[in-house]
Design a protein around this ligand. Structure first.
Ligand code: SF4
Length: 307
């Protein structure tokens, strides 16, 4: 009985087979770090949705600007983030008194190209994604007629005739996008509906890996910024499978009570999370497991004395 209770207190930590920072964000971060020795550098938007990285940028004198701001009195070097930008924003920022470092991810470029190819072929542009997100703003920025679909309620805005061309924000959930595309197809029988799958492979790999963990874990800890879209998508994926998920930005956010009675914990992270943060969160969970085991041993010791 005693041995069983002690084993119950141990938490097994399982790291997802795919997690954390993707190549697009890594490249954007590396390009930005290479400007640390320059005097006047401004990132146009949030480079990554990660508070630790934002803090590092501030400490190295990198300023924060707004890609959409039409008052472009900023000089020096400006950085377009991995989320990309519309052509109109890109050309507005290009100027002789300014150096533009464009860190747009190649897979975001691919989403732009897919949307343009649909429009060029006469399709009405539809983007499935989070309204107001930097990547989505960039995708629709040159096409005022484009519609952004975030949920079922937005489908009413899609035309009932003609050709409809759909792409997706690169970090959307595969299931959600498939479901919305299907709903558009089934309610627009008179239309030719063409969908180009632009969800990026790192997002797909991370979603698949978290599903695998959800099959046997009692709890999934998702590490990522509270404003990171793909991090919230990972949480939603876990919850949609009936598994419990908690989201943390750093090890200090972990709460011991979450792990009481938990045997298997999965750990994953959004595409803007640093590897070292994931490792330190995993280490903290192991330390919590030890704390719980100590508490159990103390409890069992007291019980023995009482007996
Ligand atoms: S999440 Fe995908 S599209 Fe976005 S930066 Fe990473 S690899 Fe590129």
């Amino acid at each position: 009985m005693k041995i069983e209770k002690e084993i119950m207190s141990r938490v097994n930590v399982h790291l997802a087979s795919h997690y954390g920072m993707c190549f697009g964000v890594k490249d954007a971060l590396a390009a930005t770090r290479s400007t640390y020795d320059e005097n006047d550098v401004t990132v146009l938007g949030q480079l990554v949705h990660n508070p630790l990285v934002s803090q590092e940028l501030t400490e190295n004198g990198i300023k924060q600007g707004d890609l959409n701001n039409s008052i472009t009195d900023i000089a020096g070097t400006v950085i377009i983030t991995a989320h990309g930008a519309s052509e109109s924003d890109r050309s507005r920022w290009a100027s002789t008194h300014r150096k533009v470092v464009d860190t747009t991810c190649p897979l975001v470029h691919k989403a732009h190209e897919s949307l343009v190819s649909l429009i060029d072929s006469g399709f009405f542009p539809v983007v499935i994604g989070k309204k107001g997100h930097a990547e989505v703003n960039g995708l629709v920025g040159d096409f005022p007629q484009a519609i952004v679909i975030e949920g079922d309620e937005d489908i009413f805005d899609v035309p009932y005739e003609g050709k409809i061309g759909i792409v997706s924000q690169t970090t959307q959930s595969i299931e959600k996008v498939d479901e919305l595309v299907e709903k558009i197809r089934s309610t627009r029988n008179a239309c030719e509906v063409r969908f180009i799958d632009t969800i990026c492979s790192p997002t797909k790999n991370r979603q698949k890996a978290v599903k695998d963990l959800s099959e046997f874990c009692d709890l999934i800890v998702v590490v990522g910024g509270s404003n990171s879209n793909n991090t919230s998508q990972l949480v939603s994926t876990v919850e949609s499978l009936g598994c419990r998920a908690v989201q943390v930005e750093r090890p200090e956010d972990l709460i011991l009570d979450w792990f009481i009675g938990v045997k298997d914990v999965g750990v994953t992270a959004g595409t803007s999370t640093l590897n070292e943060t994931v490792i330190s969160v995993s280490e903290r969970i192991k330390a919590i497991s030890e704390e719980l085991a100590v508490k159990d041993r103390e409890y069992l010791g007291k019980e023995r004395i009482l007996c």
